[in-house]
Design a protein around this ligand. Structure first.
Ligand code: GDP
Ligand code: MG
Length: 455
């Protein structure tokens, strides 16, 4: 029944890794395969995420039955659609992440690159378990693509020297992970998955290895995270991924619900630019069911309620100042509203920062998650921070940067992540204004400027 199948919720899966290593291609392959393999009515529609039901995982993983004799109890897997640091940072939950597990995509031929290391740091700091998809195996010289989703089947059919080459690449990854303190091995040689990170060779292009990847994601989350995945029948808990203005409708928020049930007309409490917002859900929106296998999600339709885990768009009054990266709670009483307001206020305060005694840089960001990630990144590099806040650049930010300037020229920086100066505000030349839409580029440019001034 509906209720029984909901005893465990879908684990939430994110994809991280270096640029061009195949994150988007892998997600497209998984989504595309799921759409082809599903039965009509099996696939729920999501905003910002894609649901792969267990029936599809079982079909794809059919050839693996002998190796992974697991009976799946989870209803499926929920993949966050947009891969990479930027959105992941907004999947925040106090001290951790809303994501249950991550796929770290590494080009098997290129090995670890800058953003692979950065991704690992983020996963470590947010305590998200992960497995490694060693991607692009079809590019190993001599590889003959087999018509299967199974890596092991395809591997068996390869020439001996090609098999050896693949394993050499895998060992290099094992070595790179060991340097960072992670035990790892090719997934089929692992005895204890709680101690060893699984490396799954895949080709996002051909689909080889997708069977093992899905089977492992499902098996590991189900085996080791049962208590976390136990579905709680109660008011919804979620996190705001993005705030968007919809033409003809107004401001909406894209939310990942990770616990409970959200209903139309529920009172919700969420973070805003100027403090917590209390409002009432007018509509819960999801894409219309797919008519064909093309993966397009444009037309939205209303639903009355939604169960965790799910990605939905919410329309409600007063969302124009909603804050991406903030928690969202449905509340059932005045008392709960007050409690949640307090929790949210505390959470926003824990990320914001100001110290008038520090000659340091000023950071302004558009979301709680990106602000937190930038502050963490700068702390790791021992770059002093004077002010870290959300919203556009104001007169006050300039004043703070000018105060820093009096003591140390190299830190007279305003770092702006997806925000601009308020209308009429001009940043004087002696204060360096650095913009970027990519967290790590922003941090790199800050470092570069500091070094330039020092020389
Ligand atoms: P992202 O930046 O990590 O999202 O990487 P993309 O998914 O955009 O992939 C970057 C490039 O690598 C694209 O040209 C893809 O077609 C290609 N690519 C991705 N996965 C594979 C793979 O498994 N095999 C091969 N041969 N090419 C791949
Ligand atoms: Mg991409």
């Amino acid at each position: 029944t509906q209720l029984q199948s909901r005893r465990l919720r879908q684990p939430i899966v994110v994809v991280l890794g270096h640029v061009d290593h195949g994150k988007t291609t892998l997600l497209d392959k998984i989504r595309g395969t799921a759409v082809v393999k599903k039965e009509p009515g099996e696939m729920t529609q999501e905003v910002g995420a894609s649901f792969v039901p267990t029936s599809v995982i079982e079909k794809i993983a059919e050839p693996l039955k002998k190796i992974f004799p697991i009976k799946l109890e989870i209803p499926g897997l929920l993949f966050i659609d947009t891969p990479g640091h930027e959105l992941f940072s907004n999947l925040r939950k106090r001290g951790g992440s809303v994501a249950d597990i991550a796929i770290l995509v590494v080009d098997i031929v290129e090995g670890f690159q800058k953003q692979t290391y950065e991704s690992l740091e983020i996963l470590r700091s947010r305590k998200v378990p992960f497995l490694v998809a060693a991607n692009k195996i079809d590019r190993i010289p001599g590889w003959k693509t087999a018509d299967t989703y199974s890596f092991l089947e395809s591997f068996k059919a390869q020439r001996k020297d090609v098999q050896t080459q693949l394993d050499n690449y895998v060992y290099r990854l094992v070595g790179q992970l060991a340097e960072l303190g992670f035990n790892s091995d090719r997934f089929d040689r692992i005895k204890d998955f709680t101690k060893t990170v699984a490396i799954v060779p895949v080709s996002a292009k051909t689909g080889e290895g997708i069977a093992e990847l899905l089977a492992l994601l499902a098996g590991l989350t189900q085996n080791y995270m049962k208590s976390k995945l136990r579905f709680a029948e109660g008011p919804a808990k979620g996190v705001i991924l993005e705030v968007k203005e919809l033409q003809g409708l107004g401001y909406t928020i894209d939310v990942i619900i990770y616990d409970g049930v959200l209903k139309k007309n529920d009172t919700i409490v969420l973070g805003g630019l100027n403090g917590p917002i209390v409002t009432k859900v007018r509509s819960i929106l999801v894409p219309k069911p797919l008519q064909d296998i093309k993966v397009v999600k444009t037309d939205l339709t209303q639903i009355d309620e939604v169960y965790a885990a799910a990605g939905v768009k919410i329309y409600a009054p007063d969302l124009e100042n909603a804050l991406a990266g903030s928690p969202l709670f449905a509340a059932e009483s005045e008392q709960q509203i007050e409690e949640y307001k307090k929790i949210i206020q505390e959470e926003i305060s824990s990320v914001k920062y100001y110290n008038a005694n520090i000659a340091g840089i000023v950071i302004k960001a558009d979301s709680l998650g990106s602000l937190e990630a930038i502050v963490e990144g700068l702390k790791q590099k021992n770059i002093p921070i004077r002010l870290a806040d959300i919203g556009p650049i104001t007169k006050r930010d300039i004043t703070e940067a000018e105060l820093t300037l009096q003591e140390s020229k190299e830190y007279a920086i305003i770092a702006a992540f997806r925000v601009k100066p308020l209308q009429g505000i001009e940043v004087p030349n002696k204060v360096k204004l650095i913009y970027s839409d990519i967290i790590y580029q922003l941090i790199d440019e800050i470092e570069k400027y500091i070094n330039e001034i020092r020389e």
